[in-house]
Design a protein around this ligand. Structure first.
Ligand code: CA
Length: 705
């Protein structure tokens, strides 16, 4: 194990599962200047469909409706990629939050989003701003989301730019001016825990959007379609059944209700199954495809036990886009217990299966298996694991997982993959030229335990572990036995075998882009953009990005010049509590071209104090403080002293004065405006005393190791 691997392992052994944000950016301004008119008016369903993928543009989050993250551009290829240089950068004016945005590019104009949802329209050849729009998301909503206040991008359609905001609005902007055309609240009335981080999809006059929240109390997943012109709700489809005392919304809900245990009153918890990533679309079949998130709570024993599948959670679903009617589903993880969201990008292509060309849908799942289904009817074709998996040994030919019985003992257990996923939201690409999928794979160890032993974890609405039914912070005391890794895997979906792989020093790397230049690009946790020969995995080029990157690259062409762009900014769920670099700067868009010679920005070193010492505490408070810390602090701040922090500071490496006056930071403190929650309604002064004991005792123990 390399030094970096060791430190990263310690770092991520610290985290719970997901969550909240801290810090930054009060300076985003709403400015709409510039007269440049985008050609986006011509972008419609036919244009996006035809884009697959031979155009100079990058028209949706996934490149086109097939979500292959592939481009037919090939001016940059394996023979000249070593001449690739920086063409321009653009400062997104945000720090301490992950940048997960994949830009859309239409005829020389780039639309890219920032954390907290500012949308920027740029000249794609120079990076000069055309306009920017800030939807002014209230910073207090950061606590409603599990995984940082990130955003993954926009949809562009018929002269409008559509963005879904963290606080649940769907907004339409004039693509030429950035002026607001309409805005609609996509969330139900009342106090809820939904947030939106995914990119919408626009097709056939509709804009489609879901949301996240299945880690929290009360989130019942759904997908909505809005009229692209007016913002009026067209249809809505829930992913899990509601209160059985009310009429089922449709036959699919009635069918799903049989897979939930009524004794658990699942509808009060919400059920989960949220649709937090973008969508794929087959215009010929008029089928809209999406994945659904985990059931809520995570622990299947809280949902009646493993005999209840909890449909349609952890599933791939197809609806008629025109009507919102259910067509088929395939559940990748029945009775899920490990947060195996099935939301990762769904790539559409045709594969030769048993001598016949079959239109398929492919998914490199959080649960470690790569799925190939017939996208006409959802029929299971094959699934094999691309990373280690200890929860299932494989799938039957009918498409059912062969379970190992993990998690049934009532004792703490390490789940592999863990909730951070074998493959998370980071884009996986597919090249129809090589016939390979390129998966940003990883392992981040996590030990989970039933909450029965931990009264702090039970029944606190808004507490993340209460919503999960497991204590996901058990790694703090138990620790995973496995070694974390980050790995680019080239995967053959026909043979279901690895073609080649490349290991990185750390997990939580960015998404991938495949091109007809026989290249695959990926940004890395240790702050590089790298390019490999797509066919054989030979390393061809790399450039420093100055800080860790997690988003996916794109490529496009303007006036005959091909560009490669990656939006950079460390953070997101796992990135909050560890980092593979010592730098954290503003979110920044990097664009490269052959012969580019621009000067890269230099990002500041993270400021950390020496290992914490001198905070007085009563040793008898440490045990109680552990539970309070796990349930309120660990997911963002990690374990005190075990590493120097990620996009959020590690509390073992801050000034003792801060911990001594912890209450002034916890109760409506100075960082609330930056996204740190106000714990006034959740913690007491006595809790803070216990927290101080845990933080100092843990840092001291680290110092003695
Ligand atoms: Ca989830």
């Amino acid at each position: 194990m390399s030094q970096m691997k060791r430190s990263v392992r310690v770092a991520i052994a610290a985290v719970g599962s997901l969550l909240l944000a801290a810090s930054c950016n009060a300076n985003e301004t709403a400015s709409a200047g510039g007269a440049q008119v985008a050609a986006s008016a011509a972008i419609d369903t036919a244009a996006i469909s035809a884009n697959s993928p031979a155009s100079s543009n990058w028209l949706t989050y996934g490149g086109s409706y097939n979500s292959n993250h592939f481009s037919a551009l090939k001016k940059i290829d394996t023979s000249n990629v070593d001449k690739l240089g920086l063409a321009w950068t653009y400062d997104l004016n945000t720090t301490h939050h992950g940048v997960e945005s994949i830009p859309v590019v239409v005829d020389g104009v780039m639309y890219v989003t920032a954390p907290w949802n500012a949308v920027h329209a740029l000249d794609a050849t120079t990076g000069e701003q055309i306009w920017s729009y800030d939807p002014r998301v209230p910073r207090s909503v950061a606590r409603k989301g599990c995984c940082d206040v990130v955003n993954r991008g926009v949809a562009v359609y018929q002269g409008k730019v559509f963005e879904a905001t963290f606080d649940g609005r769907l907004i339409a902007l004039d693509a030429a001016t950035g002026k607001l055309v309409w805005s609609t609240d996509t969330l139900p009335d009342g106090n809820h825990n939904y947030t939106i981080t995914g990119a919408p999809l626009a097709a056939n006059g509709k804009v489609i959007i879901g949301n996240g929240g299945a880690e929290y109390f009360g989130a019942r997943g759904y997908v909505s379609a809005y009229d692209a012109q007016t913002g009026e709700l067209d249809w809505r489809w829930h992913t899990v059944p509601g209160d059985p005392d009310k009429p089922y919304e449709n036959a699919a809900m009635e069918k799903a209700a049989k897979t939930w245990d009524p004794k658990t009153k699942y509808w009060k918890q919400g059920g989960g199954g949220t649709v937090w990533q973008s969508f794929s679309y087959d215009p010929k079949l008029d089928l809209l495809y999406f994945g659904t998130g985990n059931a809520d709570p995570w622990d299947p024993n809280s949902r009646g036990g493993p005999k209840y599948d909890s449909l349609y959670t952890a599933s791939i679903v197809a609806l008629k886009l025109s009507t919102g009617k259910y067509v088929w589903h395939y559940q990748t993880t029945p009775a899920d217990m490990s947060d195996y969201d099935s939301d990762q990008d769904l790539a559409l292509t045709s594969l030769k299966i048993d001598g016949e060309s079959v239109p398929v849908i492919m998914n490199a799942n959080k649960n470690g298996f790569f799925f190939v289904l017939d996208r006409r009817n959802g029929k299971f074709i094959s699934a094999e694991n691309f990373t280690p998996a200890n929860w299932a040994t494989g799938y039957t030919k009918e498409g059912k997982p062969i379970l190992t019985g993990l998690g049934q003992s009532g004792k703490p257990f390490e789940t592999i993959p863990g909730p951070y996923a074998a493959h998370n939201w980071q884009a996986a690409s597919y090249s129809p030229e090589t016939g390979l999928a390129y998966i940003p794979a990883q392992l981040i160890p996590i030990v989970m335990a039933p909450v029965g032993n931990d009264p702090e974890s039970k029944g606190k609405a808004g507490g993340i572990n209460s919503g999960n039914g497991w204590n996901t912070g058990m790694q703090l005391v138990g620790g995973g036995k496995t070694t974390p890794f980050g790995r680019l895997i080239a995967w053959n979906p026909v043979t279901q075998k690895q073609a080649w792989a490349h290991d990185y020093p750390a997990p939580w790397n960015g998404g991938t882009l495949a091109t007809a230049g026989n290249l695959v690009f990926q940004a890395t946790a240790d702050g590089r953009l790298v390019a490999f020969n797509a066919q054989n995995g030979e390393s061809r080029w790399e450039s420093s990005l100055g800080q860790g990157a997690i988003a996916g690259p794109i490529t496009y062409s303007v006036d005959g010049t091909q560009y490669v762009t990656i939006a950079v900014g460390w953070g997101g769920s796992a990135g909050q509590s560890f980092s593979a670099t010592d730098r954290q700067g503003p979110g920044t868009v990097f664009t490269f071209a052959l012969g580019g010679k621009a000067t890269p920005p230099e990002f500041a070193k993270r400021k950390t104090a020496p290992l914490l010492s001198g905070v007085a505490y009563d040793p008898k408070d440490v045990a109680a403080g552990t539970a309070v810390y796990l349930n309120n602090c660990a997911i963002c701040h990690g374990t005190p002293g075990q590493n120097k922090g990620g996009s959020v500071p590690n509390l073992g490496y801050v000034d003792a004065a801060i911990i001594k006056s912890l209450g002034s930071f916890v109760f409506n403190g100075p960082y609330v405006s930056n996204g740190m929650p106000d714990f006034t309604d959740r913690l007491t002064q006595d809790d803070v005393t216990k927290l101080k004991a845990f933080i100092q005792a843990t840092a001291t123990a680290v110092g003695k190791q």
